[in-house]
Design a protein around this ligand. Sequence first.
Ligand SMILES: Cc1ncc(COP(=O)(O)O)c(C=O)c1O
Length: 348
Amino acid sequence: MGYFRQNIERAEGYQPGIQPKRTDVVKLNTNENPYPPSPAVADVIKNISQEQVRRYPDPISSTFREAAAQVNEVGPDYIICCNGGDELLKIALQAFCDESRPVAYPVPTYSLYPVLANLQNCGAIEVPFDSEFDLPAELADTGAALTIVCNPNAPTGSFVNVDELAALAGELAGVLLVDEAYVDFGEDNCAGLVKDFDNVIILRSMSKGYSLAGIRFGYGIARPGLIQGLMKVKDSYNVDSVAIAAATAAIKDRKYFKETIKKVKAERKRLTDRLRDLGFDVPDSSANFILAECSNTKAAEVYEKLVKRNIYVRYFAYPKLEDKLRITVGTDEQNDKLISALKQILSE
Ligand SMILES: Cc1ncc(COP(=O)(O)O)c(C=O)c1O
């Protein structure tokens, strides 16, 4: 008998985007925000006291809870803080799914969902999106204990209207988790649904809109009944004191947040237009990345040629994605380097 449970033995594990050691590369492969976090973040990190480090952190991250509650116009008991949005996904799978209680989600989507389903040893019902990436009607009928909809979706950048997700929440017998890791770059969000539905959980990440990917902080919004259940599953001290202080400072600096989002959206428009000029098919994106279809060239080859020029984007060898590149919106300088490299590659 092997040491591992069979599903772990079989598992390949999540494949994160490459994190090159060199800092002189153009890194547009893991959807980090190209701008630094609010200056308030550096200030609070500098001022972390020895005493804060000596003691265990607040198990429920009360200061962040209160700040996030205010931003989302709910009570603090509607918020759970996590070690990145990824931890909330793991907690949700552990809380709701097992061998007889599957998870369902439309595909293509965030490639972590099947990995977590495998770890939890639960079924994963994958319902294909149509070519327009509209919400598939069959998602309401899977009988899953947990349904996850990534919105805006990764890696497509497509957005499903809040009304459609409200209708889905009403139809489902199980829980609906809306993964809003990229929602800060969109025009609308589903936080209001927690007032009308007791089966909705909203996932938020501080990695993208708030430039805190290195800190690892995310949170969930749901009715207090669901939050209390999820709290039972999380580690007692799942978020550390430095992360709580940094994330709280970041979410409170509304002015800086709005300015950064505005800059990313402006660059997203410019990058989309330039790529379309080069002949790529680029649907409008509601996230901080775009999905560019290479109609006449092989996406995998373009990807390799970009790597040779020290430019990293993301290529997925998955159905519906193998002719596309996912490109994180960078600074104007990074985007210009990408565009000129692509011009060269296409003329070779
Ligand atoms: C769709 C989606 N959901 C959730 C996350 C989790 O983000 P984090 O754990 O950095 O908060 C990511 C990160 O890339 C993501 O792409």
